[in-house]
Design a protein around this ligand. Sequence first.
Ligand code: ZN
Ligand code: ZN
Ligand code: FE
Length: 763
Amino acid sequence: MSTLVAQRFLITGVVQGVGFRPFVYRLATELGLTGEVGNSATDVFVTVAGPPRTIHEFTARLRSELPPLARIDELQQVEEPDARSATRFSSFTIVESHESSGARTLIPPDTAVCDQCVAELNDPSDRRFGHPFITCTNCGPRYTIILDLPYDRPATTMAEFPMCSACEAEYTDPTDRRYHAQPIACHDCGPVLSYTGPRGDTYEGDPIERAADALLGGEVIAIKGLGGFHLACDAANTSAVATLRSRKHRPDKPLAVMVDGLHTARDFVHLSDREAAELCSPARPVVLARAASDPPVAAEVAPGNPLLGVMLPYTPVQHLLFARGVGPLVMTSGNLHGEPIVFRDADAVAKLGHLVDGILTHDRRIEVPCDDSVVRVVRDDLLPIRRARGYAPLPVSMPFARAEVLAVGGEIKNTFTVVSQRRAWISQHIGDMENLETLKAFEATSSQLLDFHRTTPEVVAVDAHPGYSTTRWARTGCLAPVREIQHHWAHVASMMAEHRLPPTSSVLGVAFDGTGYGSDGTIWGGEILMVDGFGFERVGHLAPVNLPGGDGAVQFPNRMALAHLHAAGIEWHPRLPSLQPLGEAERTLLHKQLETGLGCVTCTSMGRLFDAVASLIGVRHRISYEAQAAIELEVLASEANASREYRFGLADGVIDPAPVLTALVSDVFNGVAVDSIAAGFHNAVADVTADVVKRMLDQHHFDAVALTGGCFQNALLLERCIDRLIPLPIDVLTHRIVPPNDGGLSLGQAYIAAHQRPQQESS
Ligand code: ZN
Ligand code: ZN
Ligand code: FE
């Protein structure tokens, strides 16, 4: 018999509420090891005793057979100093939690119902056959039902549903898949569904059947999901989709479609292996992919847009609806235009009642609202567009953080970040802050997350834009001293944070976005910045132009186009597509504005240049949702068989679009195909990006290049830039965890504020 040893591990990561301890228990028991496993405040501790080889196998399988929702961030191994401990245990046990007031373990995100639960859902002999709230330790709601940490049933909205004895038996049996599954329920003890009219009056009959009939009949209904209500209708029914659009006042913005499985999804979109994997992942995001040639959906779902957002069912209720034969469903966030997602039943009636013909709801409360996440795949890597359900609030570790921080993010696509215990907890997508309701949601969610982590911020990091609602909120809230952080510096810092770079590393940031407040009081957005965690230097930028009409002008790409032509000294030829929407008087006024600069803002935005080009080639002159023109330009370019060649000017770090615009306008007049113009423009931006980086490599030292800012949601632009940068002797960083758009700002702000040098080192 070989010698017995004991070994102790401390494990940090997502290890609470995800079936981690029973997994350790089962593994140790199967291998015949003795010892114990338990939660401490900051980690899970495991002691195993047995032959060294078996312990080795145990650690290997600990990593390789991890439960689907668990994540090991760190596994520290310490040999038990006391040799007797090897024989101290007679069996392997799960010991009670030692809760302390210190740090908190990770809050798990919500997860799609797992395959085993779906199999039981469809099995007439299972006691949970057809149960709309079936779940186990590997799946189901987490973050959205949590009232407090540690994550335990009494601290969730499931506390209102006392377990029946059958559920209790599963819950307390370490060998059961439902051991300590906090949201566990069944027909006898769990929440119940109901189907109501738009005013909340309950309808008799099977709620699933009622809802399925409504959907099949072309009605628009609200469905309560994990993190809020969806508005749903039959995606193949033209009039149903049109009704939903007109009721929601959403003329063009693409709607996400839910289909019953991967196989069906392939009828709707072309999916690479990676895209298919993301679609099926436990996070179940909306995957934006290229639409199939003739997808079986109404054209109104994504008008004029060859990309389609597709997702798979992730709640038992959605599976039950598909089992009733409903077709592909439009599933869009249940909210009023510009407002956050509705997640309380009373609000569903008050705010969504006039939009819908019925409401499929239930009596399990949603505590934390959370939208669907949206992702793209670029060069086989995940590119987050909207980070919410399935990902939030998983943190990024910040080994060098010195301060506890609340970073409030930006104005649109807002998220916030809490830095506590050297981790940055990034909130789910909150929304666009110009709306009072969104600000309220921001307040509620941020105080929730601060409470969960028992954090009192020492500094509140804000965008430097004095007009941002979040900046004003931080100033009036007096939570802690406010630190202003320049918008594009924050974008680049978000990249440093997610790639875990220390604040002393230097990064060349290519920050291309719509608009951000510049250090000189003008609007920036085509920035080349030398960045570290402590400061930045603006080493290059797009040539500034006067933009007429301030922020409202964003709606009118044709005004951008004319402003750019004016700045480039290109005549406004009467045949220009961009002039067509304007009357004579408007043209004169606009021209005068640009001449005098009166009512204009100076701007170096790359996003606005994309808008300008979209208008110049006649693609779009007025937009109804953010980045619409740029998205349409991308789509056009990605379908081109040929591309024109254009070159930006580049001198002293200033990127001059004049030569591109001159050549492009002449191509428009010569009737060159617009798709090849669009493709040529994308190439030109990528070329000049590479040129800038090459020149900076000669002049500066830096460790990596970061491609960030909202323009890099454009998969084609991102790909083309990477293609040209890869051959250079420098690392190229792209976003995998937070979006390149303003949804990532708060992480960057948090990174900078958490690493600030103490005010007085000596005191
Ligand atoms: Zn499950
Ligand atoms: Zn039960
Ligand atoms: Fe931005």
